[in-house]
Design a binder for this molecule. Structure first.
Ligand SMILES: [Zn+2]
Length: 240
């Protein structure tokens, strides 16, 4: 059974930090989604690929994903040759998503940058009929980008206020990666409490832009259609 949305990112936990709330909201509306991690996160300072795989499955369960799987394209040197492109094309064709969520192809972390480029290209090529792989051609309607490390002004925002607890719980599932009282793992920037505070502050800032408590921000090559322009700005701080 196809999914409506496929979130494809570089490392296990990238999705939770960027668009987890949006996925929960879409699920509430009856849409089905899956998560694909392009690497197993084997270069991470903390945890092991096995621990991270367990944590990733737990987080996916909390968010309500239909499935989560990891490709093995090389953490800390994500490969994006033809072989890797075909691997992503095959996942897209197999799952037939209408939307694909992926990192914006510009970021401090090269894996995020490469993931965004690889996924954008693969989504296009997946629709090429004469390109034969294990599944028939399918081209998603739209590739939508989320920001990872580098923040930018989003082109549209999704209110995630009422699912923020679920989003927090999914992040907490990555016990080896993020701040946890009493952990004996080596200290990293991501494991400091301030990191999760920053992630949440970003959601608050985006939320303030649209008069809600928390939001997640996105960008796409085409802007989304708005059916009610008056309603779209209702309740905002006036005067802009
Ligand atoms: Zn990452």
């Amino acid at each position: 059974m196809p999914v409506d949305i496929l979130a494809i990112a570089a490392h296990p936990d990238d999705v939770e930090l960027t668009c987890g709330g949006t996925l929960v909201k879409l699920k509430q509306r009856g849409y089905r989604f899956g998560i694909v991690d392009l690497t197993r996160g084997e270069m991470g300072t903390r945890g092991t690929p096995e621990i991270r795989a367990r944590e990733a499955l737990r987080a996916a369960e909390i968010l309500g994903a239909e499935f989560r799987e990891a490709l093995d394209l090389g953490d800390g040197g994500l490969r994006r040759g033809r072989e890797e492109e075909l691997a992503v094309i095959d996942v897209v064709r197999r799952e037939k998503p209408r939307l694909v969520l992926t990192p914006y192809p510009d970021d401090r972390h090269p894996d995020h940058r490469r993931a965004g480029q690889l996924v954008t290209d693969a989504c296009y090529y997946a629709g090429t009929r004469k390109l034969e792989t294990n599944y028939p051609a399918h081209r998603p309607q739209q590739t939508i980008y989320f920001s990872t490390y580098l923040g930018w002004t989003p082109r549209f925002l999704v209110d995630v206020t009422d699912v923020i607890e679920t989003r927090r719980a999914a992040m907490r599932a990555f016990e080896s990666q993020f701040h946890k009282e009493g952990s004996t793992e080596p200290e990293t920037v991501l494991a400091q409490k301030s990191f999760l505070d920053m992630i949440e502050a970003r959601a608050r800032e985006y939320g303030a832009m649209i008069n809600v408590e928390f939001a997640e921000g996105f960008l796409a090559a085409r802007p989304p259609r708005i059916d009610d322009l008056v309603q779209a700005f209702e309740g905002f701080e006036p005067g802009f």
